[in-house]
Ligand binder design. Structure first.
Ligand SMILES: [Zn+2]
Length: 310
């Protein structure tokens, strides 16, 4: 297997999709791929433990990959081919479920917390591994007929042994919106499920039959009472908790004075100037904003630095 020249990688503002990793999808059609790579001492393995990945922390958090032999796992533990790194090294996924007792020469970190601190390549690889691992955990049986399913395409599809349907990893789209007003203030809300003092953007799942823009308009009105215009796409990233892709937008409120919390999902809403949010962004003060791995934080930071497209 040779490493082909790839075109320039696309980059986005989203913390977990700063580069497009090389998934080498063309290799998945080889039914012997997993067997070959398991026998190759050059193959590296990313172990996923629940939603956590193994890390070394010098000088910054870095994914810790192992050889197949070092994992000590049986071949059935290797459930996906993740692609290859810049040096052409092939990387397999091994998912071990939720094993809080799992130890090793490294620490475990949740991708949703540490992903923003990883290199662009590690963030892409880590979130891909967590997303694929979580799908395999919930997909052993066919949703159509209930029969067992088997791995195909090096872990990127499952074949039903009963009705022969082919199943692929599911991704549920959700929109997240940074709403600004005519004074360039940012609207944030406090969700009933979040710790005290945490404020973030407005978000929600795309409903059946709905466009992304339609979901932006509906969610912002339902949660915050504002009607938005000038909807501008920013960036997206996988958010496998359990199986979303977060699609980030900026939008302008046509009726900023109408902002109000829905009182159910959102308990309070506030317009923030940049000065209002400075303490939160610096990591102190009473108001806290989402971690650096989130699209929410990326959009907030873009607005704060004056780089929002509105
Ligand atoms: Zn079936």
């Amino acid at each position: 297997m040779t490493v082909e020249q790839r075109p320039d990688q696309t980059t986005t503002h989203a913390p977990l999709s700063r580069v497009v990793g090389d998934r080498a999808a063309e290799l998945r059609e080889d039914p012997e791929l997993m067997t070959k790579l398991l026998a190759d001492p050059a193959t590296r393995v990313l172990v996923v433990n629940g939603a956590s990945v193994p890390l070394t922390d010098a000088p910054t958090p870095t994914l810790s990959l192992a050889s197949v032999a070092e994992t000590g796992f049986a071949p059935s533990a290797f459930t996906g081919y993740l692609g290859r790194d810049a040096a052409g090294t092939h990387i397999l996924l091994a998912a071990v479920g939720d094993q809080s007792e799992l130890t090793g020469p490294h620490a475990w970190g949740e991708m949703r917390l540490v992903g923003g601190e990883l290199s662009a390549e590690d963030a892409d690889l880590g979130v891909t591994a967590v997303a694929l691992a979580r799908w395999h955990r919930v997909a052993p049986f066919c949703p159509a007929c209930g029969s067992p399913t088997e791995l195909r395409q090096a872990g990127w599809s499952r074949h039903c042994t009963g009705c022969a349907r082919q199943h692929f990893p599911r991704t549920d789209p959700a929109v997240i919106v940074a709403i600004t007003d005519d004074e360039d203030r940012l609207l944030l809300g406090h969700n009933a499920l979040w710790p005290k003092g945490v404020y973030s953007l407005f978000a929600g799942f795309v409903e059946a039959g709905e466009s992304l823009e339609g979901a932006v308009v509906r969610e912002t009105f339902e949660e915050a009472g504002v009607s938005v215009v000038d909807i501008k796409y920013s960036a997206s990233q996988a958010w496998p908790y359990p199986q979303s892709i977060m699609v980030g937008f900026f939008a302008r409120a046509a009726n900023a004075e109408a902002a109000r919390a829905d009182g159910v999902e959102i308990l309070s809403v506030r317009w923030f100037s940049r000065a209002d949010l400075d303490d939160a962004i610096a990591g102190h003060g009473d108001i806290r904003i989402p971690a650096s791995a989130s699209v929410a934080r990326s959009l907030i930071d873009q607005w704060h630095s004056g780089n929002a497209p509105l």
